[in-house]
Design a protein around this ligand. Structure first.
Ligand code: MTE
Length: 414
């Protein structure tokens, strides 16, 4: 395979050129056009019209499966009970800073550039065919937004936070197929002393409070980049859907979702640490419990467990109920899940329905026969093999990241 090597330029470009012919159709107009062309990847269209389309999301968002939150779509966690270990593509949450760009793989290129490339080349470009010619690997990995569970800081802990008020559905598991990022970086000639890379998306620049922060980008340490990260071009056996990064995205296992940059356009490789607003202003922990300038940029996700049941679900008294849920940890495989129906006074083990694996989630079930009627709170608590356990309270941070506390799940016994 031969990559296109751009000749050295005296001043290394801070912003390499975007692909020559890039089609940016706004999402609301996109679906009918693409259907007519018959060129849509899986998930861009489907049965049933979008009942409540989010601005900028291409795929249908039926309200029984999604809650639209601004430019994002949260999956209804309780509806995962009728899915398997893998989240079907049409049920996968979408987190967009702006809107989904509708890109054509035939026009797409990935530029790798920066002073962290050795030799005389400051910029290397590969196209979609060249990416697909690299050895392919498949990873089963969760993508979870750092803010998943954010609204629980307020509803459960009474603490104010800023950001999209996700409940628990900003997470999904998929089979991702693509090339190893390490192969891409080595092909480009990454230098031995490179320390950071910075992937950047091709979606519109993110403007907030009147300030243009540029395109979504975030540094990733070279050690992680060369470990288990892939440049994915397939999701669950089909070409990546538009909303999930078509034609190519990063999948960074166990890290906060923002690391998995969609619509990958370029990667800077650097011999010095890099930064962006997504590593300085966002995706750090700020607040009373954290250092004055904030924590280090967040890397790994945390651990969670939850019932696949709507909040406030009515349950009949005097009958056994088969309750199901999921548990996951980005820190180590799940060891056990405990449940409590008496506010945490007593706990019993839930039955694990899957063999725990690093980076995946485990479905679990339990049986509960409520007697007294009235409001009740169900709890679940995961422990992983590294000994991490969900705490009673999450440590507050002003942007509501990494909620990991035991979820207090309200139900009504009737
Ligand atoms: N990449 C780009 N280019 N633009 C984005 O808005 N959102 C990030 C990440 N990659 C984002 C992005 C965030 S915050 C998350 S949680 C994941 O994509 C969500 O991936 P999904 O929409 O495929 O579920």
């Amino acid at each position: 395979m031969r990559a296109i090597v751009c000749p050295s330029v005296p001043d290394a470009p801070r912003s390499p050129p975007v692909p020559a012919r890039r089609t940016l159709l706004k999402a609301l107009a996109a679906a009918p056009v693409l259907s007519a062309l018959g060129t849509h990847p899986a998930g861009a269209t489907g049965p049933g019209a979008a009942a409540d389309p989010a601005p900028g999301i291409v795929k249908p968002l039926p309200p029984e499966h999604f809650v639209v939150r601004g430019t994002n779509a949260e999956a209804r966690f309780e509806t995962f009970r009728d899915t398997g270990r893998i989240t079907p593509t049409d049920r996968f949450f979408v987190r967009n800073h702006t809107s989904t760009p509708v890109l054509d793989a035939a026009d797409w290129t990935l530029t790798i550039w920066g002073d962290g490339l050795h030799g005389r080349h400051t910029s290397v470009r590969i196209d979609y065919g060249q990416l697909r010619d690299l050895p392919a690997v498949t990873r089963t990995a969760l993508i979870e937004c750092a803010g998943n569970g954010r609204s629980l800081y307020t509803t459960q802990q009474g603490e104010p936070v800023t950001g999209t008020p996700w409940t628990l559905g900003a997470v999904g598991a998929a089979h991702w197929r693509g090339a190893r990022l390490s192969d891409v970086l080595r092909l480009a000639g990454i230098a031995a002393d490179a320390v950071d890379i910075q992937p950047r998306g091709l979606d519109d620049p993110f403007v907030t409070g009147g300030t243009d922060l540029g395109r979504v980008r975030r540094p990733l340490p070279v050690a992680k980049a060369l470990d288990d990260v892939i440049v994915a071009y397939e999701m669950n056996g089909e070409p990546l859907p538009y909303d999930h990064g078509h034609p190519a995205r990063l999948v960074v296992p166990n890290w906060v979702g923002v690391a998995s940059v969609k619509w990958l356009g370029d990667i800077e490789v650097s011999r010095r640490p890099l930064s962006s607003p997504w590593s300085t202003d966002y995706y750090r922990l700020f607040g009373a419990a954290h250092p004055p300038g904030g924590s280090a940029p967040i890397g790994r996700q945390t651990l969670k467990s939850a019932y696949e049941l709507p909040f406030g679900a009515p349950l009949a008294a005097g009958r056994p109920h088969h309750l199901t849920g999921r548990a996951w940890s980005a820190l180590a495989p799940v060891r056990s899940v405990e449940v409590s129906a008496d506010g945490g006074a007593t706990w019993q083990h839930a039955r694990l329905l899957d063999r725990p694996r690093a980076g995946g989630w485990v479905r679990w079930s339990t049986s509960w026969r409520p007697t007294a009627t009235g409001p009740r709170t169900l709890l679940s608590r995961v422990t992983d093999t590294a000994g991490n356990v969900q705490p009673e309270r999450a440590v507050h941070n002003t942007q509501g990241y990494l909620f990991n506390a035991v979820v207090r799940h309200p139900v009504t016994v009737e």
